[in-house]
Design a protein around this ligand. Structure first.
Ligand SMILES: NC(=O)c1ccc[n+]([C@@H]2O[C@H](COP(=O)([O-])OP(=O)(O)OC[C@H]3O[C@@H](n4cnc5c(N)ncnc54)[C@H](OP(=O)(O)O)[C@@H]3O)[C@@H](O)[C@H]2O)c1
Length: 226
């Protein structure tokens, strides 16, 4: 499958490397592909520059957000919370009809750690993205765990933890659930409702960030038992 991923940070890198290893063709979307390709500053999480990373992953293509949306039979949004609407707007009509898995969180670090959310309770980033791209089929998912777990859930508790999908398009959620299971290894996926349920799953970042501070490790996840 051809997959477009908006974002050149840790999430875009982890997912593209994993999906290429599974035999998929991936294009990362960025604001300025030429500038990004030679970017030397270290990533804030991994310390690796994008120039070094892309040299080690030469099969991962790089393009604009519109290029990545056009390339992908499936598209994923892994841009920063504040960058998500500009990225979706830049992709424009290339997203029409496409499934867009939205991984972004509306994190607000302006008052330090732990972060708060710049939208929540009565709206969500997932809903804003769906409104900005009304012909895209937005499915919120993968935003509740750290990047290393997205493509390797078994790295924690033998994979026995929960992933949510939220979106208004039922067939898109079915496709994404199958993709999560077959391509990324998720076994416990809960359809939590329409895209407005992004308010709930984005809000999980509040306890997630507190627990990260408490335990000093991002290797933590939520498990629903009933
Ligand atoms: N890191 C994690 O473990 C993790 C876990 C769960 C969810 N998330 C969420 O996943 C998303 C990606 O996280 P990340 O850590 O991989 O990367 P990030 O540093 O949050 O975002 C990097 C990407 O955002 C783009 N961006 C920033 N400002 C922009 C703007 N004004 N317009 C357009 N694009 C803009 C950058 O574009 P350029 O390439 O042009 O610089 C880059 O591709 C975030 O929303 C985060 O909350 C992250």
């Amino acid at each position: 499958m051809q997959i477009g991923i908006f974002g050149t940070g840790m999430v875009g890198r982890v997912l593209s490397a994993a999906l290429v290893a599974k035999g998929h063709a991936v294009m990362l979307g960025t604001r300025d592909p030429r500038a990004t390709a030679v970017r030397r500053e270290p990533d804030r999480y991994t310390g690796e520059s994008f120039a070094d990373w892309t040299a080690a992953h030469p099969t991962v293509r790089l393009g604009t957000y519109a290029d990545a949306a056009a390339f992908g039979g499936l598209v994923m949004n892994a841009t920063s919370g504040h960058g998500s609407l500009p990225a979706v707007q830049a992709a424009g009509s290339a997203l029409d009809g496409k499934i867009l898995i939205d991984i972004a969180n509306p994190l607000d670090f302006s008052k330090g750690m732990p972060p708060s959310l710049f939208v929540g309770i009565t709206d969500s980033l997932g809903e804003q993205i769906q409104r900005a791209a009304p012909k895209a089929r937005v499915v919120k998912s993968l935003n509740t765990i750290a990047a290393p777990l997205m493509a390797n859930p078994r790295a924690l508790a033998a994979g026995d933890h929960t992933m949510f999908v939220a979106g208004d398009d039922e067939s898109a959620k079915t496709t994404v659930t199958t993709f999560l299971r077959d391509e990324l290894g998720w076994t416990d996926v809960i359809d939590i409702g329409g895209i407005e349920a992004s308010r709930a799953t984005e809000s999980l970042l509040l306890p997630w960030a507190r627990l990260f501070g408490l335990f000093g490790s991002p290797m933590l996840a939520f498990k629903v038992v009933r």
